[in-house]
Design a protein around this ligand. Structure first.
Ligand code: HEM
Length: 141
């Protein structure tokens, strides 16, 4: 597994742990209310689970298993995917900090960073989406 995939997947696992913990806190607070402020964690729970965990797991696995091209740059220009890793994670952190610092533009910045990150990933890996042809198979895979 390439190093960049390991970084994506380790970050995804860290967000799974945090998102699950926040979800469990919100759930237990629903059953036995102990701190109304716990509800403030809901947007962060959703962000960590959907972008931090699920999206990053998909990006990490995609970077690993998409067909490779040639031998000198098998995964294309990897700087695009590194940029994706950095931008998506900066976006998650900016989104998580936004409610704490009362800066309304921080959420917008977070979404802009994530969009740029996903675009960088697409640019860096687009050419890796092509059918593999094997002579002993009827259809390409
Ligand atoms: C991949 C896993 C998960 C994803 C994508 C996810 C996503 C979400 C989303 C989108 C909501 C908002 C739902 C709404 O507003 O209608 C939500 C709410 C919630 N989640 Fe999760 N979640 C996940 C796992 C978990 C886990 C493991 C727990 C508990 C341990 C949990 C506890 C909660 C609670 C308590 C709410 C609030 C429900 C309410 O509004 O009454 N979630 N989650």
């Amino acid at each position: 597994m390439p190093q960049l995939s390991r970084l994506f997947i380790r970050a995804a696992l860290a967000y799974l742990f945090l998102g699950f913990t926040f979800g469990a806190l919100i759930l237990s607070n629903k059953g036995l209310p102990f701190a109304p402020l716990i509800w403030a964690l809901l947007p962060v729970h959703i962000e960590f689970m959907l972008i931090g965990w699920m999206t990053q797991l998909a990006l990490g696995v995609a970077f690993w298993i998409l067909p490779r091209r040639g031998s000198n740059a098998p995964r294309g220009d990897e700087r695009w995917s590194l940029a994706a890793l950095i931008l998506v994670n900066l976006g998650i952190l900016a989104f998580a900090l936004a409610p704490l610092v009362v800066l309304s533009w921080l959420q917008l910045l977070a979404r802009a960073l994530q969009t740029l990150g996903l675009m960088a990933f697409v640019l860096g890996n687009w050419q890796r989406i092509y059918p593999l042809k094997f002579t002993n198979l009827k259809d390409p895979i």
